[in-house]
Design a protein around this ligand. Structure first.
Ligand code: AVJ
Length: 317
């Protein structure tokens, strides 16, 4: 096939995806950022992951949010502008918006398509709430829309998304959020807790193979969008707890010696060699508070589920 004749014309491929994949496959250890999991199929597979019996974080965090609404409202007061980092979850966001009766809702996402779609759904559910989607990279400090200028902000960063970042990057992000939300801001953040590897590993390597399919879909995306020849049957999903760094790591491990090309460039991997595709850092109670303080936030309250699997923390700037 000639370049550009695939189902996605090469002109529409995100140049940052190409750059990250080519650089990530060339470096040692090989690694591709987890954000590239989420094409259409990857997003569907992630939705399926959140419903797996082994994957406790989503249902546990929703349970906590449903329980703490009145307490959060008492601590943050009504009428703040809720600023969500990410385009919002159809289940978690409405729980918070109903609890704190905000003056406006501002979802921030780098992907305009997801943002517009989820904003439309939310605006229909909350007809009296100004919904102001903001297309931007929230990893950097940003100037929020002038329309919400006056009201104090409540940042919302659920899902343990912060766990995808190394502690250094997580602290940079927390500082950027503090700068974006400004004086008097508060932040409600979800963080997954450290627990037994016997619970963590199955959550990232489920019996039905959905997480394996999610991981391997990255290779399918590379083949489709970057004119790749990666043989998917030469790779296995690996999820392992790295105790030293307190994180689950996902890798794609070559099950035989394999050669392939991506965007015309040749790569060779030996049996057992891996591509590191995701980190999911976990934080104990003190770890989480130190991380927040490192990012310029003072924890004011925290909640967990009865088993202590997951934490939702409220902090102030
Ligand atoms: C969306 C980053 C929170 O780390 O648990 C789930 C992604 N990867 N299963 C997580 C994920 C594999 C998830 N986050």
């Amino acid at each position: 096939m000639l370049k550009g004749e695939g189902d996605i014309p090469s002109g529409l491929v995100d140049p940052a995806f190409r750059a990250d994949v080519l650089a990530g496959l060339a470096r040692r250890p090989r690694a591709i950022p987890a954000r590239w999991f989420y094409d259409r199929r990857g997003s569907e597979l992630f939705e399926a992951i959140t419903e797996l019996p082994e994957y406790y974080p989503t249902r546990t965090e929703i349970g906590i949010l449903e329980r703490i609404g009145a307490e959060v409202r008492d601590l943050v007061g009504e009428g703040r502008a809720v600023v969500e980092f990410g385009s919002g979850s159809s289940t978690k966001t409405p729980i918070l918006l109903r609890a704190v009766a905000p003056s406006a809702y501002v979802p921030i996402d780098i992907s305009g398509d997801f943002l517009r779609e989820s904003s439309r759904v939310l605006a229909a559910q909350f007809p009296d709430l100004p919904v102001l989607p903001f297309e931007a990279d929230f990893m950097r400090p940003l100037a929020l829309p002038g329309a919400i200028g006056g009201s104090a902000k409540l940042g919302f960063f659920p899902g343990s998304t912060i766990g995808n970042m190394t502690p250094l990057a997580a602290i940079d992000l927390l500082r950027a959020m503090r700068a974006s939300l400004a004086e008097g801001a508060m932040l409600l953040i979800g963080m997954d807790r450290i627990k037994d590897a016997a619970v963590l590993e199955p959550a990232y390597d489920d019996a039905a193979g959905v997480t394996a399919a999610f991981n391997l879909n990255l290779l399918a995306r590379i083949n489709r969008e970057l004119d790749g020849t990666v043989p998917l049957d030469a790779f296995a999903h690996v999820a392992r707890w790295n105790d030293d760094r307190a994180r689950i790591e996902m890798h794609l491990a070559a099950t035989r010696d394999v050669d392939f090309t991506v965007d015309g460039r040749p790569f060779a991997m030996a049996t057992g060699e891996t591509i590191h595709t995701e980190n999911s850092h976990k934080y104990g109670p003190r770890d989480a508070r130190i991380l927040l303080r490192g990012g310029g936030w003072t924890p004011v309250a925290e909640w967990t589920d009865p088993a202590g699997l997951f934490a939702v923390i409220l902090a102030e700037a």
